[in-house]
Design a protein around this ligand. Structure first.
Ligand SMILES: Cc1cc2nc3c(=O)[nH]c(=O)nc-3n(C[C@H](O)[C@H](O)[C@H](O)COP(=O)(O)O)c2cc1C
Length: 190
C-alpha cells in the first residue's frame, strides 16, 4: 500500500464514535491531536481554533450535565424524570475526554467568521483522522452539550467565539460501518 492509499484508508476508516471503552486517553495523545488541528488550512492565517479540554475526571462535568438537564427541560417544556436525568449524568460522567472546539468570530467581517468556521471544521477533521490513525475514535456533537446556557462562563471563555463542536475522544468499543454514495453520481465533469 503506498502512502496516498494509506491516507485514503484512514479517511474511510474514520467513524463518528459515540461508544467508548473505559481505557483512558493520555494527555500526550490529546496534545498530539490538538497539534494536528492547528495545521489545518486557514485563510488569512487567522488560526481561528480554540480548544477547551474537559478531562475525563473534571469537576466541570457535573455542571455540564446539570446545564444539559436544564436545557432539555426547557426544550421539551416539561421536567425530566429522575431516570432521564440520571441517564444524562451517567453519559457525561462516563464520557471520555471532551474537547470543546470553537472558532473565532470577527464581529466586523461576516466573511472572515465564515472562513474561520470552515477552517475549524478542517481542524476537527485533522483531529479525527489522526485519532483514527492511532486507534482513537472521535464523536462530533453539535447537540445539547454544545448549546447549554452559560457555556462561555463554565469554560472561562473571554474571546468572541462560536462553538463548532464538542468532541468526545476515546477508544472505540464498537466497529461501525458506513457507506457513501459513489462520487461518480455526484460529480459532473465539464
Ligand atoms: C457539523 C457536524 C455536526 C455534527 N453533529 C453531530 C451531533 O450532534 N450528533 C451526532 O451524533 N453526530 C454529529 N455529527 C456526526 C455525523 O452525524 C456523522 O459524521 C455522520 O453520521 C456520518 O458518519 P461518519 O462520520 O461515521 O461517516 C456531526 C457532524 C458534523 C460534520
Amino acid at each position: 500500500m503506498n502512502k496516498s492509499t494509506e491516507i485514503l484508508e484512514i479517511i474511510k476508516n474514520r467513524r463518528n464514535t459515540k461508544s467508548f471503552t473505559d481505557k483512558d486517553v493520555s494527555i500526550q495523545d490529546i496534545e498530539y491531536l490538538l497539534e494536528s488541528g492547528t495545521w489545518a488550512p486557514n485563510h488569512r492565517n487567522t488560526e481561528p481554533w480554540r480548544f477547551f479540554v474537559v478531562q475525563k475526571n473534571s469537576l466541570l462535568k457535573k455542571i455540564i450535565s446539570k446545564e444539559m438537564i436544564i436545557l432539555q427541560e426547557k426544550k421539551s417544556n416539561k421536567l425530566l424524570s429522575e431516570e432521564q436525568k440520571n441517564k444524562i449524568k451517567i453519559t457525561v460522567a462516563n464520557a471520555p475526554s471532551l474537547v470543546f472546539v470553537f472558532s473565532l468570530i470577527d464581529i466586523n467581517n461576516e466573511e472572515v467568521t465564515e472562513e474561520n468556521y470552515g477552517a475549524v471544521c478542517c481542524a476537527i477533521q485533522n483531529i479525527q483522522l489522526v485519532a483514527t490513525s492511532i486507534g482513537l475514535g472521535v464523536g462530533w456533537s453539535t447537540g445539547t452539550i454544545s448549546k447549554i446556557d452559560n457555556l462561555n462562563t463554565i469554560l472561562g471563555i473571554t474571546e468572541n467565539l462560536k462553538i463548532t463542536g464538542v468532541l468526545s475522544i476515546g477508544y472505540p468499543d464498537l466497529k461501525i460501518s458506513k457507506t457513501r454514495t459513489n462520487y461518480k453520481t455526484l460529480t459532473k465533469w465539464l
